[in-house]
Design a protein around this ligand. Sequence first.
Ligand SMILES: Nc1ncnc2c1ncn2[C@@H]1O[C@H](COP(=O)(O)OP(=O)(O)OP(=O)(O)O)[C@@H](O)[C@H]1O
Length: 222
Amino acid sequence: MPANTYPSSSRYLIFNELRSGFEASSVPPLSVTLQVGQHLAISGVSGCGKSSLLQVIAGLKAPQSGEVLYNDQQIGESALHFWRQQICYFPQQAVMGGECVRDVLHLPWRLKAITHLPLPDEQTCLSALRKAGIDVLLEKTIASLSGGEKQRVAIARGLLMQREIWLMDEPTSALDPVGRDHIIQLIEESSLICISVSHDPVWLTSATHVHTMSLGKDECNV
Ligand SMILES: Nc1ncnc2c1ncn2[C@@H]1O[C@H](COP(=O)(O)OP(=O)(O)OP(=O)(O)O)[C@@H](O)[C@H]1O
């Protein structure tokens, strides 16, 4: 579908000629339209600018050029507050922000980033952890968790936040194949729009769209 064709779905995300400015000048910009249930994976060699593009999408870096539209709203500087309430951003190193699993899951409520949902109770937290593929006590200290367990706790927190768009930077880097496949299934069964950065060939195969970047030229299979 051409990037500027508005689909009939009630929720859609359009990237129109988007560039971070950290990719090679010969790399074409990102132009794609995503609907609910679709997953754009950004791939390419180290240093080609994948994470920078994701950070632009997250509103953490200003774009060099191009635009982002969510439904009928242009996501410029004045819409960043709105935009941050729609997205859940998972950086390469999961940000924990708490001493134990419960604290980490409650962080968005503590920071008042989530005000329209009640603080999740014990059962809701445990159910989100199970959906993310981790069975752990809420009292467990974060210092005792592996990198992959931390990644899954961050994903459980994302589930509790109930945001519509997930932005994931190398989400499977600390996961074994079983953990990775679990997250792939979770995303496929969700009604999210997901944009990820990944090198993992299995993860890339699971995406509905792949934007392949290089240090000099670029292809986008949409
Ligand atoms: N804020 C910044 N200031 C200066 N250079 C930056 C900044 N952000 C990114 N870069 C540079 O832009 C280039 C692309 O970085 P980026 O992290 O986006 O690549 P990547 O494809 O995600 O790499 P990797 O796969 O290794 O994580 C790198 O050369 C990086 O040093």
